[in-house]
Design a protein around this ligand. Sequence first.
Ligand code: HEM
Length: 437
Amino acid sequence: MPFSFMRGCSHHYGDRFTVRIGQRLGPIVFFSNPEALQVILTGDDSELFDAPGELNTAVEPLLGAQSLFGLSGDRHRRMRQLLMPSFHGERMRSYGQLIRDITEEVMSERVAGKAFLVRKSMQKISMRVILRAVFGLNDGRRYQQLERLLGTMLDKMSNPLSVSLLFFPMLRQNFGPLSPWGSFVHSRQQIDQLIYDEIAERRSHPDASQNDILTLLMSARDEAGEALTDLELRDELMTLLIAGHETTATALTWALYWIHKLPMVRKQLLNELQAFDGPLDPSVLFRLPYLNAVCCETLRIYPVGMLTFPRVTRSRLELMGSSLEPGTIVVGCIYLAHHREDVYPVPDEFRPERFLERRYSPFEYLPFGGGVRRCIGMAFAQFEMKLVISGILSRFELALADTRCVRSVRRGLTGGPSPFRMVVKESRQTKLVRTPS
Ligand code: HEM
């Protein structure tokens, strides 16, 4: 749903509006008022609301039926419990050096003086982080094949035509590998085979010293002592990849844009980073106030996830003057919540200081949603953003290469900035940036 459409609806109808999308789903009620969001997101596993996975099945052909996105109730809870530890605490912090190394590796491939597409580089970074931290793959044939196949498939999925294949089952006609659906199915089979080969190899040669998320998931047991099946492992790996790759790449692309568009923001950030000079200590980095404010403001002004997943009312409910029948679909409108004049004065202005001046409640500021479906990659994504941005800023001097205005455009399942280029002017150790021959 485009931002302009949401703004139009909010302008005409206020805090709450109803949209009818086709016959199948019925009306969907959108809320952006913090009090309403609090009721919905603190009650989404109660007698008031449910957060059913059945409403997220559009992505099933890609992610599989066992994906966290499509699970509900106890099965959803069990899967979250198994996945959560990988994205928090010590385990998450252990990926700090890896993220820094990947940033360095990708940025060092940029040729000084030659403009590059920022999104492509950020996608490369976030894809490598996922392949190494989540899948535990480090170079080698399987890693390279997966990087190539997944990259091509996700590029295709960023096209609105390909996304319509997911939303309209009747378009899913396999007329061979050259037809849109046939090509999707073919790529998916190749990717699945590589993932299953990796799982089989890990099962036959277990290595407890590996600290990637696949290893952790393979050794995890639920309360009943059950391990995940190969099918569950495949579906969760694909889910983490799809949920974590494009979202983080978009957030990083926006952040680099704002930092270089607004010289004062860059200057303040560099001042803060220069004071933090010494060996990498991710926990100190994680708490740097201005870096944190820049990341928060990036996810406020154009939230990568514009909406929460749908929730459904379980009983009749009065909410903000609306009478909702049982079975009504409600969605939290993150973009509109982040653009309320009463909460964020001059909301269209990129101003990180607002996050230094006041604290926002989790229902005023919610780039990762909330409640039982709150993003499980939240801490990981924030950690990655801070490490990549600080890594780039402290090693490379970049500048925007285009003067064209960058706007938010639709990219497949999410939104993101229109393509723009930057140029490496200088690296702090020039030997790492190749110069044009
Ligand atoms: C800047 C980056 C990211 C943003 C803005 C973002 C945003 C979101 C949002 C808005 C939701 C829906 C929450 C709700 O309905 O209440 C969500 C769910 C989810 N996210 Fe993220 N996300 C990001 C990165 C990641 C990463 C890195 C991963 C994992 C590697 C991830 C995994 C997931 C999963 C698995 C869900 C579904 C949770 C469930 O159904 O229980 N996300 N994310």
